[in-house]
Design a protein around this ligand. Structure first.
Ligand SMILES: CC(C)(COP(=O)(O)OP(=O)(O)OC[C@H]1O[C@@H](n2cnc3c(N)ncnc32)[C@H](O)[C@@H]1OP(=O)(O)O)[C@@H](O)C(=O)NCCC(=O)NCCS
Length: 134
């Protein structure tokens, strides 16, 4: 089942976040709005996190709710859990009065690109980040 995160879930959600973002300190990501997927045996097998960003590239309105993290454990994928997690965030965003939800995906993540399109997200901007050592 899908439910909002509870205090006792935070350690496990951190583990899931580290699986999604191995190079990132995930402490502050726990401050986002988070829903989790709980298996019948109590195991948490996925999460989605969202935040209202002041503005999002390609969105019609600002501020805009944005999916920050979306992860389902490999053995639980392709069963509709990801879709249910997105539906929970859509409902949360509608309840806040928003009419649009955004997300972003690295271009090499073919599965995530396909999943977003299957769930009705339309591609907007494509941006190349740059850096220069100073
Ligand atoms: C992306 C992710 C969360 C999807 O979770 P999931 O539980 O497998 O998603 P669902 O089973 O609900 O699938 C939702 C839709 O996306 C499609 N889809 C999911 N994974 C797909 C893939 N690898 N290739 C093509 N389509 C895919 C499904 O077919 C489904 O569409 P349908 O209902 O029309 O058949 C999961 O694959 C994941 O955690 N991936 C690794 C992390 C990641 O890339 N996160 C997103 C970063 S932005």
């Amino acid at each position: 089942m899908i439910r909002p995160i509870q205090e006792a879930d935070k350690g496990r959600v951190k583990v899931l976040m580290r699986a999604l973002w191995p190079d990132q300190d995930v402490s502050s990501d726990l401050d986002d709005t988070i829903f989790v997927w709980e298996e019948p045996d109590g195991r948490l097998g996925g999460f989605i996190s969202a935040a209202v960003r002041p503005w999002v590239e390609g969105a019609d309105a600002a501020p805009c709710p944005h999916i920050e993290g979306w992860y389902v454990e490999p053995d639980l994928r392709k069963r509709g859990i990801g879709r249910a997690l997105v539906a929970a965030v859509e409902q949360w965003a509608r309840e806040q009065g928003f009419q649009e939800l955004t997300s972003d995906v690295e271009m090499e993540s073919a599965g995530s690109l396909a999943a977003h399109q299957a769930l009705g997200f339309e591609p907007t901007e494509q941006i190349q980040y740059f850096r220069k050592k100073l």
